[in-house]
Design a protein around this ligand. Structure first.
Ligand SMILES: Nc1ncnc2c1ncn2[C@@H]1O[C@H](COP(=O)(O)OP(=O)(O)OP(=O)(O)O)[C@@H](O)[C@H]1O
Ligand SMILES: [Mg+2]
Length: 648
């Protein structure tokens, strides 16, 4: 494979661009984002930065005047002659310094608000977007990676907008104003300083750039390591069962080694930069003292040369102070380069999450409460009536039609694949009338869960139609569609909260009594009452303190509490003993009378009493009928069924 690798680790941004290409756009966008939220604050900060940089320079001017106009004349003429001037200069200097301090103080306080507020806005924007993303996004993105956007990347942005950007702006302003002052004082001394500063910037650019690249690499390695740790925590039991502790330690060491070496490189380069700059600064100091002294001597009255300008002791001292200030400023800028690179890399990752396309929903048919008048006509009301219906606005005629929610599901020639290369379902057609129990059976991977994923529109179909009460489901608003379906997913997820909270998740306004009734129906009431705190037992870590079957019972209760017209049970009872399962079945059959149920089960005893059984094989329905029909047909179902008994 002829892979072209960049010689230096550069992190590709969205669309395969390198960090350099995206920097400018990301920076502008970040600044826009900042301005949108905190325009006034940022203007205030800008003013404060200007004040504090300028005040530092003006103070130096007064230092020069203090020396040249007070101290030196004062030595020969005595204190009394300069007292008035001395006081006025010192007072002015004090005022300037106080102003500078106030500006810095205001700036720091305001910036804390802007920074933290911006991070909050970023996190809000990311989470809001995440909630709108289609399931497909999570299929294709590592979860650890998404997590690190909230932690590492926002932290990098905090560094950048809270410290680096203001610092660089302030430093630039200082440099400009210091240079202006220097030029006013002495062009020759300024040229000398310019030469040294140029050298400093060259070194900073070279070393700082390298350090920045390693900082970005370090951030990437950190995200990888975090992802690994997360996976190992989730999979602790599997690791132990296979005695892979040693292997996972080795894998971790490898990742950790990488993080170490990136971090070391980044800091090594970063750390030698400061001493180098400091030493150059010191050399400049000495050079200026010598050059300044020389110029001052040249200027001495008996040696007066024209065209060189006046260099006094005060000017030399101010120059020395300013050059110190200048070299410190350059040092500060150099420290910020890598922070800015990291911040930009983080911002570009955050923006790419925020820019993800949300799940589309062009549905306009909504779920509403209805009442039936005596003449049989349906009318919409805004309180709960127990009679749900679809509000269908016909665009062509502008007419509103109400239709009772019955739970009639029809699929017509549905084809589907998660990825374009691999079709998972082929030409699926089926109908389920209200009150019917439809079962899907078939081998693992046959496509049973996929069918249910299509009914609740986790994924959209390219070919064919699915109708719900005669309405194409693409016309129904997704939240309304999903609210009308009670789904027990194959994988149980319980949230941190009490058992009661977890059941109530199915219908947020359910009373305790409704939740308990749902639990009774799911046959979960018994075991819940035996928990240490009954319904108030706290669950954490996805209900780790419960058995697999108990977790399934809670998830059934959660779906049941919503009392939906259509229920989809995907292997909902796979971990439950046969006796409890029979009880759950009976409860569900009571609940679901007059409603549609889709059940997916490997245990065929569960589906025996279904109105129709669909046998799936490699994404096709190869048989359909009642249990008796299918047994009589002696096909796949017969084999599955009798095979199962033979095995037993
Ligand atoms: N998110 C996904 N992305 C890509 N392919 C998927 C995804 N989910 C399932 N598949 C593929 O789709 C096919 C059908 O999967 P599905 O989950 O519908 O099987 P199933 O019949 O429910 O199996 P089981 O009885 O094991 O639950 C499988 O070949 C699987 O590899
Ligand atoms: Mg499945």
């Amino acid at each position: 494979m002829s892979e072209k690798r960049p010689s230096r680790p550069m992190r590709p941004g969205p669309g395969g661009k390198t960090l350099k290409d995206i920097d400018k756009n990301v920076l502008f966008r970040l600044l826009r984002f900042l301005m949108e939220g905190y325009k006034k604050e940022i203007i205030l900060v800008a003013i404060c930065i200007v004040i504090s940089s300028i005040s530092a320079v003006i103070a130096t001017v007064f230092l020069q005047r203090l020396i040249d106009e007070c101290i030196i004349p004062g030595i020969s003429t005595g204190y009394d002659s300069i007292r008035g001037k001395l006081f006025s200069i010192i007072l002015t200097m004090a005022c300037i310094y106080v102003l500078g301090v106030i500006a810095t103080f205001t700036n720091t306080r305001t910036m804390a608000r802007v920074t933290q507020g911006t991070l909050k806005r970023f996190r809000d924007a990311m989470f809001d977007k995440m909630e709108t993303l289609p399931i497909r996004y999570f299929d294709t993105h590592a979860h650890g990676d998404i997590m690190s956007t909230y932690t590492n990347d926002t932290d990098a942005i905090r560094q950048m907008i809270g410290q680096s950007i203001p610092n660089v702006i302030q430093s630039t302003l200082s440099i400009v104003s210091v240079f202006t002052m220097m030029l006013v004082y002495s062009i020759w001394l300024t040229l000398a300083v310019l030469l040294v500063i140029f050298l400093m910037f060259r070194i900073t650019g070279k070393l700082g750039g390298q350090s920045a690249r390693f900082m970005v690499a370090q951030q990437q390695s950190l995200a990888k390591e975090e992802g690994f740790i997360e996976e190992m925590m989730e999979g602790q039991k599997v690791v132990k069962v296979f005695c892979h502790e040693e292997e996972s330690r080795r894998d971790f060491d490898r990742l950790n080694e990488q993080l170490f070496s990136d971090g070391e490189q980044a800091n090594k380069i970063g750390n030698i930069l400061m001493p180098i700059l400091n030493n150059i600064g010191n050399i400049m100091y000495v050079l200026l003292a010598i050059l300044g002294g020389f110029l001052a001597v040249l200027h001495a009255p008996n040696l007066s040369l024209t065209g060189i300008g006046t260099v006094t002791i005060g000017i030399i001292i101010s120059f020395l102070t300013m050059s110190r200030q200048l070299s410190q400023t350059v040092g500060q800028i150099s420290m910020q380069i890598s922070m800015i690179a990291m911040g930009l890399a983080g911002a570009s990752r955050i923006f790419s999450l925020i820019d993800e396309k949300p799940e589309e929903d062009e549905g306009y048919v909504t779920l509403v409460n209805l009442v039936r008048k005596e003449d049989g006509s349906l009318h919409e009301v805004d309180h709960q009536t127990g009679l749900w219906g679809w509000r269908h606005l016909h665009h062509e005629t502008g007419q509103i039609e109400y239709k009772e929610l019955r739970g009639d599901v029809v699929m017509e020639h549905v084809d589907f694949g998660y990825v374009p290369e691999k079709e998972v379902l082929h030409d699926i057609s089926l109908y389920a009338h209200p009150g019917q129990k439809i079962a899907f059976v078939g081998a693992t991977g046959a496509g049973k869960t996929t069918i249910t994923n299509l009914i609740n529109r986790f994924y959209d179909i390219p070919e064919g139609k699915i109708r719900y009460d005669g309405i194409n489901i693409t016309k129904i608003k997704k939240p309304d569609l999903r609210r009308s379906l009670g789904v027990v997913l194959q994988e149980v997820n319980l949230f941190t909260g009490t058992v009661m909270d977890n059941i109530r998740y199915g219908k947020l306004d359910a009373t305790d009594e409704e939740c308990i009734n749902a639990a009774k129906l799911a046959n979960a009431d018994d075991f819940i009452r035996r928990l240490p705190n009954g319904y108030n037992t706290m669950l954490t870590g996805n209900g780790a303190s419960l058995s697999q079957g108990q977790r399934q019972l809670i998830s059934i209760a959660r779906a049941a509490v919503a009392n939906p017209p259509v229920m989809i049970l995907d292997e909902a009872t796979s971990s439950i003993d046969t006796r409890t399962e029979a009880l759950v079945q009976r409860g569900m059959d009571n609940l679901m009378r007059g409603r549609t149920v889709f059940v997916i089960a490997h245990r065929l005893s569960t589906v025996r009493n279904s109105d129709a059984i669909m046998v799936l094989d490699h994404g096709k329905i190869i048989e359909r009928g009642t249990h008796d029909d299918l047994i009589a047909a002696k096909g796949m179902y017969y084999q599955l069924y009798t095979g199962a008994f033979e095995l037993e």
